[in-house]
Ligand binder design. Structure first.
Ligand code: TYD
Length: 204
């Protein structure tokens, strides 16, 4: 049994990462790797209930409460889904993880970044992604892609999304080994090729 990998995908809403995760998943499966596709918030079970609240609850939600709900989902996700898969040799592809909380609740909502980092490490019990992709795009284009049908987070506005984008770029600057920025304004095929070029250094 080979060593598993934990790879996360990040970016503002409408950055196109879900398309890229699916393409990468196909690429890896065709080459015989065991792949688990998952996401935060809410992969299954309890997580799905938390996702429903986080994305669709239309009453007042305090910024700290929002953070704790994402973190609760993360703790459950790491314990029940991510770690068991990585520990049995799978490549886990996860749509959003800790950097989303730093970018959205930290840089976006304005909560203290050091506190979020600390809470993230409690939620993950210290587990870190082996590799993280940030799909970077200007927020005018990304919000056009999102369109009019917006969930609770997407409807926070373009200034919010721009703070989130800048937050992601700051994370990438601080952790260049783990975090790779991909230009997400390119074509789907070009972006996929950029992802593969990086992934090749992590698989054998
Ligand atoms: P989702 O529909 O999964 O969006 P996307 O397809 O763009 O990933 O919704 C997840 C939303 O939750 C997204 O707006 C980002 C936000 N989010 C946070 O604010 N903090 C977090 O910690 C996580 C995991 C997500």
């Amino acid at each position: 049994m080979g060593k598993g990998l934990f790879i996360t995908f990040e970016g503002v809403d409408g950055c196109g990462k879900t398309t890229q995760i699916n393409l990468l998943s196909e690429y890896l499966k065709e080459r015989g790797y065991e792949v688990l596709l998952t996401r935060e918030p809410g992969s299954k079970g309890l997580g799905e209930k938390l996702r429903e609240i986080l994305l669709n609850y239309d009453g007042e939600v305090s910024d700290r409460c929002e953070s704790f709900l994402f973190l609760a989902d993360r703790a459950q996700h790491i314990d029940i889904i991510v770690n068991p898969a990585v520990n049995t040799g799978k490549i886990v592809l996860c749509d959003r993880h800790t950097d989303s909380t730093v970018a959205y609740q930290g840089y976006g909502r304005g909560l203290n970044i050091d506190t979020i980092n600390h809470l993230n490490s409690l939620a993950t019990n210290g587990k870190k992604p082996d590799l993280t992709f940030i799909f970077d795009i200007d927020t005018k284009t990304s919000m056009q892609r999102v369109g009019k049908n917006q969930d609770r987070m997407e409807s926070a506005g373009i200034e919010f999304q721009t703070r989130v984008r800048n937050g992601y770029l700051e994370i990438a600057k601080q952790e260049p080994e783990r975090v790779k920025v991909i230009d997400s304004t390119k074509s789907i095929e070009e972006i996929h090729k950029n992802v593969i070029d990086i992934i090749k250094n992590y698989i054998n």
